[in-house]
Design a protein around this ligand. Sequence first.
Ligand code: PHE
Length: 456
Amino acid sequence: MQQLKPEQTPERGMWSSRFGFLMAAVGSAVGLGNLWKFPYLAGENGGGAFVLVYVGLVVILGFTLMLAELSIGRHTNSDAYGAYNKLKKGWGFIGGFGILAGFLILSYYSVVGGWVLKYVVASITGVGADKAGYFTNFITSSVEPVLYHLLFMGITAFIVIRGVSGGIEKAVKIVMPALFIMLMVIVLRSVTLEGASEGLKYYLTPNFSEITLKVFVAALGQVFFSLSLGMGCMVTYGSYLSKQEDLEKDALLIPSLDSLVAIMAGFAILPAVFAFGFAPGEGPGLMFITLPAVFESMPLGTIFSLIFFILVFFAAISSSISLMEVTVAFGIDRLKWSRKVSVLVFTTVMFVIGIGASLSMGAWSDFLIPWIDGNSYGIFDFLDVVTSYYLLPLGGLLSALFIGFVWGVPNAVKEIKTGGNFRTEKLWSVLIKYIVPILVFVILLSTTGLLDKIIG
Ligand code: PHE
């Protein structure tokens, strides 16, 4: 443990090492977003077209906003709300949006985390010949998925109660490298399947006519979601960092590793989708339906499946921990609750919302919530759409504007420089002040359908 700064009460905690922080940040970023969401979004949005737009946006936004959030966090040593408020009174609402977003994301993230746990079990019991039927039967039932959701939420809460370096760091150090190796194995099997080349082509060749606004909207939401940006998560993690940390390096490394895992997950899943004759636009079930078929085609498939889903579970937990930490840090710093009370209160509320999300797959599928884009969504989709496509990009936009025009780029630069050279200072300054806000703003406008109206 490094020496605590005045603001760093034991209740807040601090990373025990640089490696520990990096692993935790990568652990936050790498999760269901990469393994579950990225492949099905690519499948729904033209394969290569989506991958190209996604990578482009990661390069522009990922690095810029990651560095922005880390610097705000380290400078202020506060939770997401307090950080903005400390820099400029009255601006805490930016962090407040983020805390709300994290809270809503975890409510349904935990449901999907529960699906993963179910597939850990199903690796042993088997899913039968009808892979899609098995998945649909499970998620549309009323009791079992809720119990798995409870289990996932409970494990997350248990770890977060134990605090920053005690719980989070330890697990991730082993899980991330293991997950990487496992993914390699699956990719190798998947791309060598008969008929895989069709999928590879789909995944790797961008069809430019498929690059529509919709693809941009989907990719933008995914960049924020997958990199844990736009909700103060990296502000919170940055607040536990020492002044010697080279933030620029971190902001390059974390998005790179995250994207690498996402792209590998696509290689693991999409070729197999084509080889086995599933539909790439299958949606949220894609991973759960496709991978069991891949494992069946492997020697020792049961064991591979078991190990893989356990690793996915750990990757999901290291992300859900970070989601919960944002809310919990708010409880500790703002509401002056103890860590334990904070965890228990928020966990209970998120669990209840998650029950609604789970039931919206089946029993409550007729219950729809209208939204400003003119559509109505079931609870699960509502939580996903509102957070990924609206709240996170809005949070990112506001944090960029905040640095550019309120806190001031020179102040952020000074903070970043305390940890080492800042080679991309000029580039970053332009990106954070002008390019990122404009880009995110334009895509956000088109998300709500406003752009259609303005242009059309
Ligand atoms: N990035 C995580 C994932 O890809 C999810 C997440 C989003 C975590 C936002 C923290 C904050 O699974």
